[in-house]
Every structure is written in C-alpha cells, then in structure tokens.
Design a binder for this molecule. Structure first.
Ligand code: SAM
Length: 233
C-alpha cells in the first residue's frame, strides 16, 4: 500500500514554473524527436483531417505517449471511452501484447466505421472490439460482472458524463490498474476565471475530485490538452 501524502502544495512555498513554453519551432522539434508514427496511424490521421471535427483526435505526440504507457503497463484488458476515428484506439492497439484485448466505445457508428477500417488494416480485429453504444450505460452494465478486472482505461468522450466515467472507471479497474483522462486542462480554460461554462466547470470539478481522491495516485501532465494519469491503489 502506498503511503498517503498531503494533497496540497503549501502557500508559503510555491513552486517555480519551470515548464518549457512550446512554440511552433519547439513543437516541430518535439515531433521529430518523440514520435514514431506507424504508417497505418499516419493514414488514419490523413483521412481524419478531412473532417471539420478532426481536432477531436489525439495529436501524434499524445498518441505516442499513450502507446508507451500501454507498452510499460502491459495491460490484458483495456477499455476506451470515446473512439472518434480511432487514433487513440490504434495508438494503444498497436502496443498491446498478443493476448490482450481492447473494447472501444463510441456512440457514432460513422466514426467507428472509419476506425474499424484501420483496425482491420493493422490486423487487430481479433484484439480490438468497437461497440456503438452510450458509454455510460455500457460501463454501468460492465460493472455487473467486470468490477475490479480491467487493467487500463482511456477516457476521451463527452464532458457531461466525465465524473461518472471516472467513478465507474475506478470501480472497473483492478488495484494497480491505470486510467488516463484526456482534456483535463481544457484548452487552458480550467485556470481562466473568464470561463464559467458547463464543460469547464465539469473538468474543474473532475480535477478537484481526482486530486483529493485518496484511493488513487495521480498526475496531471501538460501534454496535448492536458492528460491525467491515475493509478488505482
Ligand atoms: C474527443 S472524441 C474522441 C477522440 C479519440 N480518442 C481520438 O483520439 O481520435 C470524443 C468521442 O466521444 C464520443 N462520445 C460522446 N459522447 C458519448 C457517449 N455518451 N457515449 C459514447 N461515446 C460518446 C463522440 O462520438 C466522439 O467520437
């Protein structure tokens, strides 16, 4: 059992911001030195770019990082909440061990049709099952017989159900399992008092909740749109 540490940084000893600012030149360098994008993912990204919602997809450096987490964690049962055209699905799928499976949920068949095409090209149809469904209802059903059995969950769907995805995801994970949540910096709006819309309030509430949650160890990383990594104790 990991020891509990204080959850707050003390006000009289504030850390200095040493995060490097990533401008376009540094971003190009980062891409050149971080990303090894398989051809099938490059092709998927090219097709996805034709849709005006293309920015919903993970960027390559985040896909690379997600694949690395899968390779390091070596999960056997993976759940994805929010597939879109499948960039994150394949970023994980391509790093799965041969005996591992991934169930990927999205409510729009149109997006899953595109994802399935590339899953087939990557010869991963035996390992990746896409399901057209409401993710919340499906996770509720999974809790009936799969609580405490999943090794890895990636959450990247609607914000309205974000807290439910986190709470149910935690119940579905085995102790030692990992959950990754995308968009937790929400375009920077979480720290900007000018923004008080519903989705921003939900992401702030989720971040507060995860940070205070004694049942997990977590870290919010400034990569992409903010990525929270959660380890269930
Ligand atoms: C940000 S996109 C996912 C991007 C994806 N992870 C990628 O890397 O390309 C969010 C997806 O969640 C799906 N979605 C939204 N609400 C949902 C729900 N209630 N149940 C299932 N899927 C949902 C949307 O259809 C959309 O494809």
């Amino acid at each position: 059992m990991l020891p509990n540490f204080p959850k707050q940084v003390s006000d009289d000893n504030p850390p200095v911001n040493r995060n490097v600012q990533v401008d376009d030149r540094l971003y190009d360098y980062l891409i050149q030195h971080s990303v090894n994008e398989p051809e099938v993912l490059e092709a998927l990204r090219r097709e996805t770019a034709q849709y005006h919602m293309a920015r919903m997809a993970l960027s390559p450096e985040v896909g690379q990082f997600l694949g690395l987490l899968i390779a390091m964690q070596n999960p056997k049962k993976v759940l994805e909440v929010g597939v879109f055209t499948g960039y994150s699905t394949l970023s994980m799928g391509l790093r799965l061990a041969p005996d591992a499976t991934l169930v990927a949920l999205d409510k729009k068949q149109m997006w899953l049709d595109i994802a399935n095409k590339y899953i087939a090209q990557a010869h991963l149809i035996d390992q990746i099952e896409t399901r057209c469904c409401d993710a919340k209802a499906t996770m509720e059903a999974m809790l009936q017989d799969q609580a405490g059995t999943l090794d890895f969950i990636f959450v990247d769907a609607d914000k309205a159900n974000l807290m439910a995805y986190y709470d149910m995801g935690k119940q579905l994970l085995r102790p030692g399992g990992c959950m990754v949540i995308d968009n937790t910096l929400w375009w920077g709006n979480v720290a900007d008092p000018e923004f008080d819309d519903k989705d921003t309030r939900i992401v702030r509430a989720l971040n507060d909740h995860v940070h205070q949650d004694e049942e997990v160890l977590s870290s919010l990383l400034p990569i992409g749109d903010g990525l929270t990594i959660v380890h269930k104790r």
